[in-house]
Design a protein. Structure first.
Length: 611
């Protein structure tokens, strides 16, 4: 029975709901005067969202809190004076690719991408530092660049080497990790489409904190799942108590509009469907007809084919009401065994009537999503037996994430890209299903240990390893595709012959990537107020462009400021003796020469008039 409200609309709760869409982290629980809990707005947190300085004002409430949280929020909202500089020599297919590899601190990268990719990313996968007591190098001070902050705080020496680790002896062990993750997740949420989703790999050390942090950033109701991945296919002998053979993948959607894709039914799953009674509707799967609880309404006798009345076992009942079960019997959807006298009837579920795919599960065994051993084998195969990266993820794991969450044209972001497994997986899945997925990888140029295998192999930073992996993986996928196209061989045959991942017979996959490096603004810093400028300073202020910056550097700063796609093709022409850059044919034209005059205007006017 529907009850009457007998009062007007509750505009307060409606306003809270509106604010929750913009600032889900500002919705909390507060205790009313009668002792009941009710959703309310954390006004201190809301003030912090709208403030350019740290806001004080503690209030007792249910929340996740830690020392430095407000500074972390301020870090997320603070602007930076940086840009992205193209690096053609390290890119692959710079002029045609739609993929990006951004080298630099991911907090800076996420801020720089806000204008261009706001609400455009379908799926984010990240594998952040696990905070195991070993070092992680992401620490932030919003008032200066990361390098300067490290040196000022004695965390790096003059050569740029990291001096301080986030060890368990540090009293801010969890707090430092949360402060590192908080601003990055807030900025990442902005980039997601309304039907977007983020997947975060984590271990037991921070899984609980990560879940609560995501509850705040994305909204508790937007938890998709906590997937448990069997990361090791054999228990290790290095454990003193219980061998850890799993990791978590915490997944949150941006809103309720996300719908996961069904997974393709495997051959093994299809083989479970049989047809022992030669039913004309085809193979079927026998499913239980009882439920493990007693309901008087659904406890009644059912007559088998031998004329015997059968009741559910004690403490149980039939899964269907009597009228529904009678209909199933009439339609020959009940299986009584070959003799027809079974006391445990089963319902027949026909493959021909089943969904096109299967529902996802939260348990991911290594047979389904790969293992760390698979990941190490993949990277060794790419790097001629070497292993320049210690903790890669298997491409199959990332492919499973994409199969759940993306269509064939999705934009995928990984801002802790490491060895660039995500980029490899994107190219591989595109090759398998002829997709056009695009990736954005972000990786800090973290220095490799001089004693490491990577350093000895010539890789100075983790970013260099990631870029080289994409190059090698792309070439391998391309070669397999070309071989398929030329031989007409079946995928499985070619895989077996070359011990290589499957690939499409159409070698048109985008295996390139455009390298962009985070750097200071292209504009010179101005440190003087007008009354402090001396006559001798004027000559240095004639040109406000930093030395060494190219026209293409300046173009990318314009693209960032105007929110233009950073992967659009760029061409260069000489018009009236001036260098003119064109983006996406005639979408945008730019000239940064210092001697521009009115002779350029007629040429450009004529060119655009012809459109």
């Amino acid at each position: 029975m529907q009850k009457l409200n007998l009062h007007s609309s509750d505009f307060t709760q409606a306003n809270i709901a509106k604010l929750a869409e913009l600032f889900p982290n500002c919705v909390t629980e507060a205790r009313e005067s009668d002792g009941t809990l009710k959703k309310s707005i954390d006004f201190d947190q809301l003030r912090q969202e709208l403030s350019t300085s740290v806001v004080e004002g503690p209030q007792e409430r249910y929340q996740l809190n830690w020392p430095g949280k407000r500074e972390a929020l301020l870090t997320a909202n603070a602007p930076i004076a940086k840009t992205l500089r193209p690096c053609r020599e390290e890119s692959v297919d710079f002029d045609t690719t739609q993929n990006l590899f951004i080298e630099g601190d991911n907090l800076d990268a996420l801020k720089l991408l806000q204008e261009t990719y706001l609400g455009k990313v379908k799926m984010i996968y990240i594998d952040p530092p696990y905070n195991t007591g070993k070092e992680f190098i992401y620490d932030d001070d919003f008032s200066e660049d990361t390098q300067s902050y490290f040196q000022r705080s004695n965390q790096k020496d003059e050569a740029g080497q990291r001096m301080v680790a986030n060890t368990e002896t540090n009293g801010r062990f969890h707090s430092d990790w949360l402060s590192m993750m908080y601003p990055r997740l807030k900025l990442a949420r902005n980039l997601l489409r309304d039907d977007g989703v983020i997947f975060i790999s984590i271990d037991d050390n921070e899984q609980a904190n990560l879940k609560r942090l995501c509850d705040e950033v994305f909204g508790e109701a937007n938890l998709l799942a906590n997937f448990v991945w069997q990361s090791k296919d054999t228990p290790g002998n290095d454990s003193f108590s219980v061998a850890e053979t799993h990791n978590h993948i915490v997944a949150f959607t941006k809103s309720g509009s996300f719908r996961p894709n069904l997974l393709v039914r495997s051959d093994k799953q299809i083989s479970n469907y049989k047809n022992p009674d030669n039913d004309s509707r085809g193979p079927w799967l026998a499913t239980p007809l009882t439920r493990s609880e007693y309901r008087e309404r659904d406890y009644y006798p059912l007559r088998n084919l031998a004329g015997q009345d059968v009741l559910p076992p004690n403490g149980t009942c039939w899964r269907r009401p009597r009228d529904v079960l009678d209909k199933l019997v009439a339609e020959n959807r009940i299986w009584w065994g070959k003799s027809g006298a079974s006391t445990f009837p089963m319902e027949k579920k026909f493959l021909s009537e089943a969904k096109e795919g299967v529902v996802n599960q939260t348990w991911w065994p290594y047979e389904f999503a790969g293992s760390t051993r698979n990941a190490n084998s993949e990277i060794k195969e790419l790097f001629d037996g070497g292993r320049p990266f210690d903790t890669p993820k298997p491409t199959r794991l990332i492919q499973r994430v994409m199969q759940i969450s993306t269509d064939k044209d999705a934009l995928i972001l990984d801002f802790f890209s490491g060895s660039a497994t995500t980029a490899h997986a994107v190219m591989q899945l595109n090759a398998e299903d002829n997709g056009k997925r695009k990736f954005i990888m972000v990786q800090l140029p973290e220095a490799c240990d001089e004693k490491s295998e990577a350093y000895k192999a010539g890789y100075k930073t983790i970013a260099e390893i990631g870029k080289e992996r994409i190059r090698r993986a792309g070439q391998k996928i391309k070669q397999v595709g070309e071989a398929l196209a030329s031989t007409g061989a079946e995928k499985e045959e070619l895989v077996e012959a070359k011990a290589s991942p499957t690939a499409s017979s159409t070698p048109t996959i985008d295996i390139g990537f455009r390298v962009l490096k985070i750097d200071s603004s292209n504009m010179k810093d101005v440190y003087y107020t007008p009354d402090a400028v001396q006559q001798g300073d004027l000559a240095d202020q004639v040109d406000n462009i930093r030395e060494g910056r190219t026209a293409e550097d300046l173009l990318f700063q314009v693209l960032l400021d105007w929110g233009v796609d950073l992967t659009l093709p760029i061409t260069q022409e000489n018009i009236a003796g001036l260098t003119v850059l064109f983006v996406d044919s005639n979408a945008l034209a730019a000239c940064f020469d210092t001697d521009i005059n009115e002779t350029l205007s007629p040429y450009l006017r004529l060119r655009f008039y012809r459109l």
